[in-house]
Write a protein that binds this ligand. Structure first.
Ligand SMILES: Nc1nc2c(ncn2[C@@H]2O[C@H](COP(=O)(O)OP(=O)(O)OP(=O)(O)O)[C@@H](O)[C@H]2O)c(=O)[nH]1
Length: 166
């Protein structure tokens, strides 16, 4: 659990770091189901890890809920002397998937706060749309209920049952 500040709002987020190894995949996929935001992380010093992103992305498509927010991360930005994956490659892949992209370093804290804040923002935005939609729906329902009530009063008898089928 971690609390972060997004535009002055305190948001409590629960973070799961899933295992990358193949033998844990069955368990890992179970975490996707309840995720609202996902970082797809590769290591900029490993071309192989970059190539693996396609597999992660297709697993996420298959197992994560619709509307899950995703960000592509190229980690170990502090190890640029060992770099095998260019920032342009990361950006290109992120564009293909319609994701934001950050190069980060968990060791030197480069872009860690920024990427968590961005993912939280995206999740909040996605849910705001849902909530707004729900609010509109509820308002429509209420107006219909009010109209029905007014209809029933039109016969002038306040005490008569509101729905009478006989
Ligand atoms: N230089 C550098 N090393 C890092 C960074 N992030 C992680 N490491 C190192 O990379 C190694 C693997 O880190 P993990 O956090 O275990 O990586 P992981 O992807 O969670 O590994 P799995 O759970 O096996 O998938 C460790 O030795 C870390 O210290 C980083 O930003 N920079």
């Amino acid at each position: 659990m971690k609390t972060i500040d997004v535009d002055g709002i305190k948001v409590r987020i629960q973070i799961w770091d899933t295992a990358g190894q193949e033998r844990y995949q069955t368990i890992t996929k179970q975490y996707y189901r309840r995720a609202q935001g996902i970082f797809l992380v590769y290591d900029i010093t490993s071309e192989r890890s970059y190539q693996h992103i396609m597999k992660w992305a297709s697993d996420v498509d298959e197992y994560a809920p619709d509307g899950v927010q995703k960000i592509l991360i190229g980690n170990k930005a502090d190890e640029s002397q060992k770099r095998q994956v260019g920032a342009d490659q990361g950006l290109k892949l992120a564009k293909e998937y319609g994701m934001d992209f950050f190069e980060t370093s968990a060791c030197t804290n480069i872009n860690i706060k920024e990427s968590f804040t961005r993912l939280t923002e995206l999740v909040l935005q996605a849910h705001k749309k849902e909530l707004d939609g729900l609010r509109m729906y509820t308002t429509d329902e209420l107006s219909i209920a009010e109209l029905n009530e007014d209809d029933s009063k039109q016969d002038g008898s306040e005490n008569s049952p509101k729905a009478c089928w006989c």
